[in-house]
Design a binder for this molecule. Structure first.
Ligand SMILES: Cc1cc2nc3c(=O)[nH]c(=O)nc-3n(C[C@H](O)[C@H](O)[C@H](O)COP(=O)(O)OP(=O)(O)OC[C@H]3O[C@@H](n4cnc5c(N)ncnc54)[C@H](O)[C@@H]3O)c2cc1C
Length: 348
């Protein structure tokens, strides 16, 4: 039986697993995920009656196959579309109606992680959570298959095809340490190492009262403000009880890098002060509950040189994710996963 290993249960990895399960149902698919959750940076948390997407804010309808996937192929029960617009703000805290170019701003009542859960529900893939892969090994056998070691020293495989889904810097670490003696490994490390990332430090702020503003989100258009983005989770049906407010405040790259290791309480307080000033409501400086997350590798600034990535496929090694797609967006990661899944099936 053909055996396929996938490192990372991000949107890209699970979309590929979904395609393989559909087109090659006899293949044995195993996914290794270092965290306890599914869907990677499209991340959802729950706290009491609150559900909130604290990584990717929403799924755009910019890719036809992804639109078909979420609206037709997968169960669309609970798919919600934010209808309120996105406004703009500048360094002086001035808010103005912006250009809301997104036709759809999708999430699910239960949060964006539903995408991965619904994709995986259509497969027989085995998912090993809390399993960080540390070593990739190319076997010296006739089939040139792949083996993996996890952080607990367990060895997995062999796999006829290996799919690697982590952000570029984490993929580089795996390839740099790989037991794979081939010039292509060095070429891949050089190419993937060139992909730069934006860092985002996120504060989640809850208030026991509603606010009366006409927008869902605020984006900093002059890129001169320490805050890059603010959005209101209460605009997503099912996320926040009526009469309450839950803001997701994302600092810009420079602020996030400068404050990444600071006291989280101080960071949250600073971002709450900014939210109050931008949204013109001093009550927002004093949330009654908060959460936070630092995203060291939030979004790739650009794509990767595709030449070495394409060559690796001939070795049964498939690299995938938003950085391979060349766009730090959830729909791009999903679309790339669908593409890679098709290529894997074609190569079997
Ligand atoms: C703060 C923030 C805001 C964003 N806003 C938006 C938005 O509004 N709209 C939008 O479309 N996109 C947005 N994005 C981008 C979007 O989240 C990503 O483009 C998309 O989720 C990337 O999916 P992926 O499959 O490429 O990678 P990931 O989601 O990063 O998945 C990779 C997976 O690999 C796992 N992993 C890593 N290393 C290992 C290892 N050694 N062993 C096992 N598992 C490993 C990780 O835990 C992760 O689950 C945002 C991202 C962030 C962080």
């Amino acid at each position: 039986m053909t055996s396929i290993g996938i490192v990372g249960a991000g949107a890209g990895g699970v979309a590929a697993a979904f395609v393989v399960a559909d087109a090659a149902p006899d293949a044995d698919v195993t996914i290794f995920e270092k965290s306890g959750g599914l869907c990677g940076r499209a991340a959802t948390r729950r706290h009491e009656d609150l559900t909130y997407d604290y990584g990717a804010n929403y799924l755009k309808s910019d890719d036809e196959r992804v639109v078909e996937l979420v609206t037709e192929t997968l169960d669309s029960d609970g798919l919600v579309d934010v209808t309120e617009p996105i406004y703009a703000f500048e360094a002086d805290d001035e808010v103005s109606p912006g250009r809301d170019a997104d036709d759809h701003k999708w999430s699910y009542r239960q949060g964006l992680t539903q995408i991965a859960k619904r994709l995986l529900a259509r497969t027989d893939a085995t998912v090993h959570r809390w399993t960080r892969i540390e070593t990739i090994r190319r076997l010296d056998d006739a089939e040139a298959r792949w083996e993996l070691d996890d952080a607990d020293g367990e060895t997995w495989g062999p796999f006829d095809a290996l799919l690697v889904n982590p952000p570029a810097p984490q993929t580089v670490d795996l390839l740099r340490d790989a037991e794979w003696d081939a010039p292509l490994r060095e070429t891949l490390v050089d190419a993937i190492g060139d992909v730069e990332y934006r860092t985002v430090w996120t504060a989640v702020l809850h208030y026991p009262f509603g606010i009366d503003v006409p927008y869902y989100g605020l984006v900093n258009t002059d890129k001169e403000h320490p805050v890059g983005w603010i959005s209101r989770e209460e605009c997503k049906p099912g996320h926040v009880p009526a009469g309450e407010t839950l803001l997701v405040v994302q600092a810009n790259h420079e602020w996030s890098v400068a404050h990444y290791d600071d006291d989280p309480a101080a960071n949250v307080a600073a971002l709450a002060d900014h939210a109050a000033a931008i949204m013109g409501d001093e009550r927002l400086a004093d949330p009654d509950w908060t959460d936070h997350q630092g995203w060291r590798y939030a979004q790739p600034e650009a794509g990767v040189d595709r030449g070495p990535i394409d060559s690796a496929r001939e070795e049964g090694l498939y690299l995938l994710g938003d950085w391979v797609a060349g766009e730090g967006r959830l729909h791009a990661a999903l679309a790339n996963g669908l593409d890679v899944g098709e290529r894997v099936v074609y190569g079997l």
